[in-house]
Design a protein around this ligand. Structure first.
Ligand SMILES: *Cc1c(COP(=O)(O)O)cnc(C)c1O
Length: 396
């Protein structure tokens, strides 16, 4: 077993060596211009990654889940209604959080494996003539099922219904890896974390607020202290936090934003698309199916692979860890045991991915599945050979 192997879980992702070094800092005064020289470029970098010129960026010591809490507590009041689709474990958890905060939650139940139906959202919004729905929630990439939803289509449905609700998007496993357009899609709050597309350790909740969401903070009555964006903004104005910031992580974020922007966001997205396509070719060669219902919703950051009857997907993951020292993702919630997941986001190259595909193959053969060793690797190799070029040199 080797701890030198890359991980193939959909977060936390592999951390480039230069990023680990950037996070490892001597203590500085965290209420000083020296900290401002780390904080403000990091916030500006996030803004660019979000494609959000209008976004006000806040960075909390937390994780993506804290980002959800930041979104709802700063903009909503007890009893406010939100509209949300449930199509996997992460959307389910966001719903649970809304309910625990005393919000009224209108849920659009969606089969796990399908994307959010913009049409269904549109119908619900059109029927809400009293304008009770204050926010529309959408998980851009359902990490549990490997399903990407169309946020632009959701914005369009909201506009067609002429509904004034805010749009909150969980982009935890998409931002920095797949196209995300804060301004163009009229996103009001975007939520992500440090340990996925940003290639950092876990520890930061990263959010962008639109001017409309900032307005909503003035009247929102849900209790908030640690995640209060007004307190945070006041801190930023003095190169500080309302409390002690994780300076090293923020320094790492400043670097990873530069890395993503230097590679070029479109190149980053193309790299993720290419690596994901290689994985999908392998899955097809194995004769297996994805949980995602079809190409329109295929995720370029994670593939959830259904296992045949009699094969528990979790056993593949356990075996990979024990025998080969390689981490894959288990099925969560409703799909536990029925699939395993290959994460392919963050700091990853074609070559690294081939090792993950090869290992998955060994695991499946070891567990008695009728798969030919090398079949998935060969399918991915064929694809990678013909689709070389884009930004490979910077990808690691
Ligand atoms: C990972 C993830 C989260 C949760 O983030 P944490 O950092 O674990 O709190 C939320 N949503 C999605 C889509 C995720 O992939």
């Amino acid at each position: 077993m080797s701890i030198q192997n890359p991980v193939f879980i959909p977060g936390p992702t592999n951390i480039p060596e230069v990023v680990r070094k950037a996070c490892d800092m001597a203590t500085i005064d965290h209420r000083s211009p020296a900290f401002g020289e780390i904080l403000h470029p990091a916030r500006d970098g996030v803004k660019q990654v979000l494609k959000g010129k209008s976004a006000e960026v806040f960075i909390f010591p937390s994780t993506g889940t804290g980002g959800w809490e930041t979104a709802i507590t700063n903009t909503l009041s007890p009893g406010d209604k939100v509209l949300v689709a449930r199509n996997g474990m992460f959307s389910h958890r966001w719903i649970d959080m809304c309910q625990r905060h005393g919000l009224k939650v209108q849920i659009v139940e969606t089969r796990w494996g399908e994307g959010i139906s913009a049409a269904r959202y549109g119908e619900v919004l059109a029927a809400d003539t009293a304008g009770e729905i204050r926010a529309v929630l959408a998980t851009h990439n359902e990490t549990a099922t490997g399903v990407l939803s169309d946020i632009g289509a959701i914005r369009q449905a909201m506009d067609v219904a002429r509904h004034p609700a805010m749009l909150f998007v969980d982009g935890v496993s998409s931002i920095g890896s797949m196209d995300f357009r804060f301004d163009d899609w009229g996103v009001d709050v975007a939520v992500t974390g440090s340990q996925k597309g940003f290639m950092l350790p876990a520890g930061l909740a990263i959010v962008g607020f639109s001017p409309k969401a900032m307005m909503a903070t003035k009247t929102a009555r849900l209790p908030r202290t640690f995640f209060d964006v007004a307190d945070m903004g006041a801190g930023y104005a003095n190169n500080a936090y309302p409390y002690t910031p994780p300076v090293g992580l923020i320094n790492g974020l400043k670097l990873t934003c530069d890395m993503l922007l230097d590679e070029g966001l479109e190149n980053v997205f193309a790299r993720h698309h290419r690596i994901a396509t290689g994985v999908r070719r392998a899955v097809r060669a194995w004769g297996l199916e994805l949980c995602a219902e079809g190409p329109a919703v295929y995720s370029n950051t994670v593939s959830a692979i259904l296992t045949p009857d009699g094969i528990n997907g979790t056993d593949i993951v356990t075996h990979g860890a024990n025998k080969y020292g390689v981490a894959f993702g288990v099925g969560l919630g409703e799909v536990a045991g029925r699939l395993f997941r290959i994460g392919h986001l963050g700091s990853l190259t074609d070559v690294m991915m081939l090792s993950g595909i090869a290992t998955a193959e060994m695991c499946m053969v070891d567990l008695g599945m009728e798969i030919e060793l090398g079949s998935g690797v060969a399918a991915a190799q064929e694809y990678f050979r013909r689709n070389d070029g884009l930004a490979q040199k910077d990808a690691a």
